[in-house]
Design a protein around this ligand. Structure first.
Ligand SMILES: C[S@@+](CC[C@H](N)C(=O)[O-])C[C@H]1O[C@@H](n2cnc3c(N)ncnc32)[C@H](O)[C@@H]1O
Length: 220
């Protein structure tokens, strides 16, 4: 990539170099409804409904056009959301406004984004970030650093066994296995760690049976 194809995003005093994400931008372009439906992810809602779940702030990594961050904001959480796609973030901000909600939306690459020094959240959500292993690992580490003590980390994503299946990336190196979490998040207490088949019903791109991992853990 040459310098002329890079662009920079200024946010909270940080200057980020962001690689153009023509792929994701193209998927979100021109949409007046959410790419993954209007509802928050079902697993996210299940975890938030648990009796022991408590959070007043949330960081949503790779929040796309914002269904999850917006749902949390509607429940009174202070939400910060990060996504690499400018178009996704612009759509998200428009949907937030339509819903009368405020979410802090940051356009940045999780390969190099870091929150302002000392800033922590009560919960970090990471849903369907499909990317190379170093960025995936960095996102997990970032989640760990960005969480307050006892904070919740919650993830759902396609499992490696979903590769070559009916939806999601065909390349298993972009997908998840539960082993990665123990290595990346050693100081966490597992609430749930599941690898199995579920029926997704999340807008046009995530519909049907899929192999996923679901992971919820608390920072001790
Ligand atoms: C499958 S979508 C899921 C969006 C959202 N989490 C949801 O469930 O509705 C994957 C998202 O990850 C974002 N993404 C991909 N690579 C990224 C990166 N390196 N940094 C930040 N966001 C990234 C894409 O722009 C896209 O919005």
């Amino acid at each position: 990539m040459t310098d002329s194809t890079k662009f920079f995003v200024q946010n909270q005093g940080h200057r980020f170099c962001v690689a153009p994400m023509a792929d994701w931008d193209a998927k979100y372009a021109g949409r007046s409804t959410g790419l993954f439906g209007a509802e928050a992810n079902e697993y996210l809602r299940q975890i938030v409904a648990r009796s022991e779940f408590a959070a007043s702030s949330a960081l949503c990594l790779a929040d796309g056009d914002g269904r999850n961050g917006r749902w949390l904001a509607a429940r009174g959480l202070d939400v910060t959301a990060v996504d690499i796609s400018e178009i996704a973030a612009a759509n998200a901000a428009a949907f937030d406004r339509q819903a009368g909600l405020a979410v802090e939306r940051v356009v940045a690459d999780l390969a190099n984004w870091a929150p302002p020094d000392g800033r922590v959240w009560d919960a970090v959500f990471l849903f369907y970030l499909q990317c190379d292993a170093p960025t995936r690992l960095r996102a997990l580490k970032l989640a760990s650093q960005a969480l307050a003590r006892n904070g919740w980390f919650v993830l759902e994503a396609f499992a490696k066994s979903q590769a070559d299946n009916n939806m999601g990336p065909a390349d298993p190196s972009l997908l998840y296995s539960l082993d990665e979490f123990g290595e990346a998040l050693p100081e966490f207490e597992i609430v749930e760690a599941l690898d199995g088949q579920i029926r997704l019903d999340e807008g046009p791109r995530h519909t049907g049976l899929a192999q996923v991992v679901r992971y919820a853990a608390r920072k001790v």
